[in-house]
Design a protein around this ligand. Sequence first.
Ligand code: UD1
Ligand code: CA
Length: 489
Amino acid sequence: MSETQTAPLAVIVLAAGQGTRMRSRLPKVLHPLAGRPLVGHVLDTAAALSPVRIVVVVRHEREQVARAVADLLPDAVVVDQDDVPGTGRAVELGLDGLGDFAGDVLVLSGDVPLLEPVTLEALIATHRDRSASVTLLSAVLAEPAGYGRVLRDAAGDVERIVEQKDATDHEAAVDEINAGVYVFTTDALRRHLPEVGQANAQGEKYLTDVVGIARRAGERIAVGIAPDPAAALGVNDRVQLSEAARLLNARTVRRWQRAGVSILDPATTWIDVDATFEPDVTVLPNTQILGATTIAAGATIGPDTSLTDCEVGADAVVRRSDATLAVIGARANVGPFAYLRAGAILADDAKAGTFVEVKNSTIGEGSKVPHLSYIGDTTIGRGVNLGAGAITANYDDIAKHRTEIGDEVHSGSHNVFVAPVRIGAGAKTGAGAVIRKDVPAGALALSVAPQRNVEGWVENNRPGTAAADAAARARSAQETSDGTQRQDG
Ligand code: UD1
Ligand code: CA
């Protein structure tokens, strides 16, 4: 077909249904799938086709859905469905939203999220090549239950579509289903939609009836059979939602594997559609890479790790950890069992080790917080080492305060930094210190009272106990070996 004959394209997305089978407060089309609402996938696919206009029909939880649509695709036109139920009514009102548009109208269902632009481009091409009134996408499914069936005549031409609930046993045995995606000429919709009634099992105005009506009017009905039937999956309940998630994830995993990412266990690795990787990243089992996370070359993530909206630098290692809105520098080391919260920034070569929680804090280049620590609202310079059990006490019950730790500070084990407080560059702190006052650069800060040993306390105060007996034995052995009285510590 020559280009001069190509009609302009508009898209109508159906998103007004209640989604009863989800049994959810959240409207069905807003249920998340791989980090995006169901309808977001459909809008993305629609936008990829560069239509002159995209109309989204809404009704159930109207405000919430309309707001989501505006966020996802500000150019989309939102149109309200009235109280006449059914996909046919939705398209009728969507068509009004197209004004005086004349051309081809692609209708997409907001709950059919896995179709790819190339499949739809092929469908549109079929529609134009065949000069059809209606072109529908069908799929042949081993388990067609729940879908509308495509009924063909003896010659193999499509006669009509029958919904599951209206089908005879004979019709229900047909395994070719209607994917809920069609191309219509505006002309066919304008002429036939007003003829569609509601005399069916659901009392709805079915869009699918347009097919039979157009056929009876002697118009051409074309069909594109989905090359990958699984991509035609409609999400009506949470079983289908998880199936869609599995299929989309498998597609995403394969795409990144082909782009040079080692993903050891696709079945237990979940990657959202907006996450990105450089080559030579390794992802170990039971790992979720979510949101807009980006991972640079050579990093190793997992096992048992969740990253949400994080930025991971080259050659970093993140093991058995959970991080959200964190920046992890090149060659940084995280985990096992670290918890990085919003605003955690690890500079290059930094470390947040085992049972370490970091929030709204920067750990400077090469600095280490290796064990059992809480670091909140803190700035740590370069080359710092915090001993095991470092706690920044950032909250005084009224407000959050900052801790500032200068370059090359080394703290003893089990320190509490009571914010607001500053530790000058190169300073050191003793074990168990509670740092309530600023420490000057290069100072040693001690806050624990000197130790006092009360000799013989156990034997005097707990005579006859196992501890007293053990102490007595140890003392006599010591006296024998030394031949002298033990010196007072
Ligand atoms: C529909 C098709 C069915 C097809 C299946 C594919 C009809 C009558 N049936 O059935 O042939 O096999 O999709 O997945 O079209 N919607 C509205 N307004 C409404 C009702 C629905 O906008 O009044 C929207 C829904 O939000 C949804 C889409 O249309 O995004 C499909 O509606 P749904 O009720 O899920 O139709 P199915 O029973 O799945
Ligand atoms: Ca559906």
